[in-house]
Design a protein around this ligand. Structure first.
Ligand code: C2E
Ligand code: MG
Length: 572
């Protein structure tokens, strides 16, 4: 009697389950383990595009269609559950449908066990989760890929790099990172338009992938091509045996990138500069490899572009050093480690001091006193320069205000070096004028020293901001004049008041060639209504030569080295 009730209850519960499953659109299966008989519901077969009679009720109809990559996981999950190690079976897998494509399924099941807890039957359901999987894949694609080229983005690249770097640390396993930057891409963008630029990036991305395509040795090594942004691409190569493997790939990339591109019927030429870093040099964190490759890429650019450079130990140390300096630069103002020293600018005719140039120093807690050449470019590239400029300006103006209290010193000027980066700050003009007001100093008393390279590199913003500042009566000195690469005609577009003759010319003024060069610069300044100031005067002979050329102003160790603020009043 109770058996009958149980059977009835069981039948009803099975019916309920079948109804629920049909409502949920799931397929059902039931597998008798001892006889290996298996039953698939009509719906189960429909999900794969088959009529009931088209697919035999054999295990192979299921497992034989599961994607080979997913089968081992499915079998392992099944085994675990049958052994009683999991409360139920659950597994996501791809299965081949009649049309020859794979659909994603979620399988769920539970075993029925005998008194000894041995499973003799397992039954479960299959839910189609293709849509959800695709949606997730789309999300992942968007989050981890560059929308223009479809390549992995920086995030995914760093993820892969981290994985590879960890493997490289554990095993006898070397990896390489290639940093690729297109040469003259900005020019393509500017002269041919952004659409053309985009098309070039897509094509370059495709070519880079071509360099690491399956079938190649590289594919055996394992690789990832990514776009970090702009015209910067990276390639991660795993399992290299030595640097030569990485170099081979770099040469191949150089070759394919320089093949002419045909975009919209137009031929575009470009080249790449590549930096190579390998784990053979040793590294602490994965990002160190990327940084080393980046540093090597910069060297490739410097050495003339369209080439690769390998990060060697020396470069690695150098990059590391820069990194440490950059780290220490954070908070350098709050820790009060910066100082300003002042070098007099003198009228060459009578050697009277007419002003000063403010030059920064860093009292580094462990490295001692650092000169600007050791940290200014690092501060610039890490975007830390602007507060430093403003701080220096503040100190220099305070110094000037103090000096000017002496009535014989009312006309003194103060030169402060600014970086091209400073022009990028919308408030720069406002910051400067309010600093001047705070000290009641007339704008004409300060001069901003800017290098030719800084102007050219920031041509647009530099022109605008310099124009605004000149409108406020602030004057500009072109620093390092003659050492740059731009045409002088180009520089005439900027409001420049003073030309500073670089000390490399002053150093050779007592030779005929050098004399002629300086003479030309002094004349040019005079003709253009600018003032000339010669830098780096170290000897009397140099001073005499400059006097003969009627160069009005100069600075140099002959008059004074840069001195701390307390010591300069004595020079007046
Ligand atoms: P600069 O503006 O051309 O400054 C002149 C450099 O020549 C200074 O080096 C100065 O100490 C050095 N010098 C002066 N007289 C002589 C001489 O007779 N012989 C020789 N051999 N050298 C002489 P310093 O102070 O190391 O500055 C280097 C550069 O760093 C400066 O070149 C300037 O471009 C930059 N700089 C200095 N202070 C700042 C700053 O506050 N902000 C920014 N952005 N750059 C700065
Ligand atoms: Mg200067």
């Amino acid at each position: 009697m109770s058996d009958l009730v149980d059977a009835e209850e069981l039948r009803q519960s099975e019916e309920r389950y079948a109804l629920a499953a049909r409502g949920a659109n799931d397929g059902l299966w039931d597998w008798k383990l001892q006889t290996n008989e298996i039953y698939f519901s009509e719906r189960w077969k429909q999900m794969l595009g088959f009529e009931d009679h088209e697919l035999p009720n054999v295990v192979q109809s299921w497992l034989g269609r599961v994607h080979p990559d997913d089968l081992p996981v499915l079998q392992a999950q099944m085994q675990l559950h049958l052994e009683g190690q999991t409360p139920h079976f659950e597994c996501e897998y791809r299965i081949l449908e009649q049309g020859g494509t794979y659909r994603w399924m979620l399988g769920r099941a539970m075993a029925v066990r005998n008194i000894d807890n041995v499973a003799y039957r397992i039954a479960g359901s299959q839910t189609d989760i293709t849509e959800r999987k695709l949606a997730v894949e789309e999300l992942l694609q968007a989050a981890f890929h560059d929308s223009l080229t479809g390549l992995p983005n920086r995030m995914l690249f760093m993820d892969r790099l981290t994985g590879a770097a960890n493997r490289a640390k554990r095993k006898d396993y070397q990896i390489a990172v290639l940093f690729i930057d297109l040469d003259r891409f900005k020019m393509i963008n500017d002269t041919m338009g952004h659409e053309m630029g985009d098309a070039v990036l897509v094509e370059i991305g495709r070519r880079l992938e071509g360099c690491v395509r399956p079938g190649d040795t590289v594919a055996r090594l394992g690789s990832t091509v990514a776009r970090l942004g702009g015209d910067e691409f990276t390639v991660l190569v795993e399992r290299i045996s030595d640097v030569a493997d990485a170099v081979r790939i770099a040469s191949r990339i150089l070759e394919v990138v320089k093949q002419p591109l045909l975009v919209d019927g137009q031929e575009v030429m470009t080249t790449a500069s590549i930096g190579v870093a390998t784990s053979t040099t040793g590294f602490e964190r994965p990002e160190d490899l990327l940084r080393d490759a980046d540093a090597a890429m910069y060297r490739a650019k410097k050495m003339g572009k369209a080439r690769y450079e390998v990060c060697d130990r020396q470069m690695h140390e150098h990059a590391l050093e820069r990194l440490h300096i950059e780290r220490d630069l954070h908070g350098v103002i709050d820790r009060d480690e910066l100082r300003v020293v002042y070098q007099p600018v003198v009228a060459l005719a009578d050697e009277k001091v007419i002003g000063f140039e403010a030059l920064i120093r860093w009292e580094h807690p462990t490295r001692g006193t650092l000169n600007p050449d050791d940290f200014i470019t690092i501060a610039e590239s890490a975007n830390l320069i602007h507060p430093i400029t403003l701080w220096t300006m503040g100190r220099a103006l305070r110094q000037l205000q103090q000096l000017r209290e002496d009535e014989n010193a009312r006309e003194l000027t103060m030169s402060v070096n600014v970086s091209g980066r400073d022009f990028g700050y919308a408030d720069f003009v406002e910051e400067l004028t309010s600093a001047l007001q705070a000290r009641s100093i007339d704008a004409s008393a300060i001069k901003l020293d800017i290098t030719e390279a800084a102007i050219i590199r920031n041509a647009e913003t530099a022109g605008r901001v310099m124009g605004e500042l000149a409108g406020q009566n602030i004057r500009f000195t072109l620093d390092d004049f003659g050492t740059g690469y731009s045409s002088f005609a180009n520089l005439l577009r900027y409001p420049i008041d003073t030309l500073k003759i670089d000390r490399s010319f002053t150093a050779h003024i007592n030779e005929p060639e050098g004399l002629r060069a300086v003479q030309m610069m002094v004349t040019m300044a005079r003709v253009l209504g600018m003032t000339a100031v010669a830098e780096g005067i170290e000897t009397r002979d140099q001073l005499e030569a400059l006097r003969l050329l009627n160069c009005p102003l100069g600075q140099g160790y002959l008059f004074s080295k840069p001195l701390p603020g307390e010591e300069i009043a004595a020079l007046l």
